[in-house]
Write a protein that binds this ligand. Structure first.
Ligand code: UD1
Length: 418
């Protein structure tokens, strides 16, 4: 377990540049397995989840070369169809290898994915869709998954019950090399889905409708290599915005895709922050006198992102008034609540609702992170709290944030790993 010592921080000032998006990089790196030539992926964040993905690709037989934020992958010689349990268990996105490996090699043997425990995270929609496309997917009682191409591996019309990000990506990865047309109805519209489709299109895939309700994919015989730059991480950007709002200060956040963050910026303005946008830079100025955000309801994109829920709950703990959170995406995504209570917050949470009444100040304490975004929320709440805090479980941050404490330190935060 890795720990952070966090002391009360009076304001953040300066500039920070936002890293490439984890949730884009992982599916794009997985997609390189489908290409017959070399791919170069730039702006790839240095994260433990990225390292796991690259380890999986190497173990499958791809040649992987990483230098700073650029990764070169040649999957032409990948022949292995098995992924070990310890790798699958490290993150949720490992499930995307189910279709990628099967499509490339004709069969796959892997295990159920791990990742942050945000309540039950089934993969039934992935399996149902791939089965409809002619793949035979079986699982055994030891948590192993077997998938192989039966006679025909065809496109199909898939109706997702909800716009699942992972299921949409798995279907896309299967459909690009399947025979004929695939239609995904109720597809996820996240910018990271568009980024994956942009990359695959550069490789020769035929995809229309990314970012819309219905995505149409016409399978091609092969994909070539391509060079691609991963989009910037809107949740990391949200983390710096939320921290500046909560601690006060004046920070310029560079390398942001403003249009992807409208819902977040609207709320920050509503609670009393000044937010100026120019090209790919957003400046946030906060004097800490914040109004409660009111109602925050998590929804699929373009709604309020579930990944930002914990961050805004941290803000609400010291905002004036009452905020109501409704977590619609994951069943158990309030694990940060008990820890915020330990800092002196006033929160009542039941099922998918949490009611937060702002208090005058928080006080430092020993905190335990239990998931990635919860860890980030606790870190900024601890910076706002009077006194010092120890945050245990800081390794969760390394899954999604490049140099978390170094970047915050540069802005003036009193934070270090112990
Ligand atoms: C992705 C993101 C995660 C984000 C989430 C929602 C990655 C690596 N992770 O996770 O950061 O919080 O989208 O924006 O990109 N579901 C089923 N059956 C399925 C698939 C999903 O019931 O087969 C349910 C899930 O349990 C969850 C909901 O659908 O309640 C949404 O999940 P999904 O969009 O699939 O999230 P992930 O792809 O796991």
């Amino acid at each position: 377990m890795s720990r952070l010592l966090i002391e009360h921080t009076e304001g953040l000032y300066g500039r920070v540049s936002i890293q490439g998006a984890k949730n884009s990089a992982l599916p794009i790196l997985t997609a390189t397995l489908l290409c017959d030539d070399v791919c170069v992926i730039d702006n790839c964040p240095n994260l433990s989840d990225v390292d796991v993905t690259l380890d999986i690709l190497s173990n499958l037989g791809a040649k992987v070369f990483k230098e700073k934020n650029s990764v070169t992958i040649d999957s032409s010689g990948a022949k292995n169809h098995r992924i070990a349990k310890n790798m699958m268990a490290k993150m949720r996105a490992s499930i995307l290898f189910l279709s990628a490996v099967t499509s490339k090699i004709g069969r796959a043997e892997l295990c159920f994915p791990g990742g942050c425990r945000l309540g039950p995270r089934p993969i039934d929609w992935h399996i149902k869709a791939l089965s409809k496309m002619g793949l035979n997917v079986r699982c055994n009682c030891n948590g192993k998954l077997f998938c192989k191409v039966e006679k025909n591996f065809n496109g199909a019309e898939i109706n997702l019950p909800l716009p699942s990000v992972g299921a949409t990506e798995n279907i896309i990865l299967a459909a690009v090399l399947a025979k004929g047309k695939t239609i995904i109805n109720n597809a996820a519209k996240e910018p990271e889905i568009c980024d994956l489709c942009d990359f695959l299109s550069k490789c020769g895939a035929k995809i229309t409708g990314a970012g819309q309700n219905q995505i149409e994919i016409v399978g091609v015989d092969k994909l070539c290599g391509a060079k691609h730059r991963v989009i910037s991480d809107r949740i990391v950007a949200t983390t710096f915005l939320a921290a500046t709002a909560m601690l006060s200060g004046d920070v310029k956040i560079e390398n942001i895709v403003f249009d992807d963050m409208k819902v977040i910026i609207d709320i920050l303005r509503r609670i009393g922050c000044t937010v100026n946008a120019k090209c790919d830079t957003v400046q946030i100025i906060s004097n800490k006198k914040l109004k409660a955000p009111g109602e925050i309801i998590t929804e699929p994109y373009p709604g309020f992102p579930t990944d930002a829920q914990a961050l805004f709950m941290a803000i609400s703990t010291i905002s004036q008034g009452v905020s109501i959170f409704v977590e619609n995406i994951f069943k158990n995504r309030y694990k940060h609540v008990d820890e915020l209570l330990n800092l002196g917050a006033n929160i009542k949470a039941f099922d998918k609702i949490a009611v937060v009444t702002g208090v005058r100040e928080l006080h430092g304490n020993c905190l335990y992170a239990k998931d990635l975004r919860g860890a980030a929320a606790l870190a900024i709440a601890a910076m706002a709290a009077k006194g010092s805090s120890i945050l245990t479980g800081a390794e969760y941050l390394d899954r999604g944030y490049e140099n978390f404490e170094i970047n915050f330190k540069k802005l003036g935060a009193k934070i270090r790993r112990v």
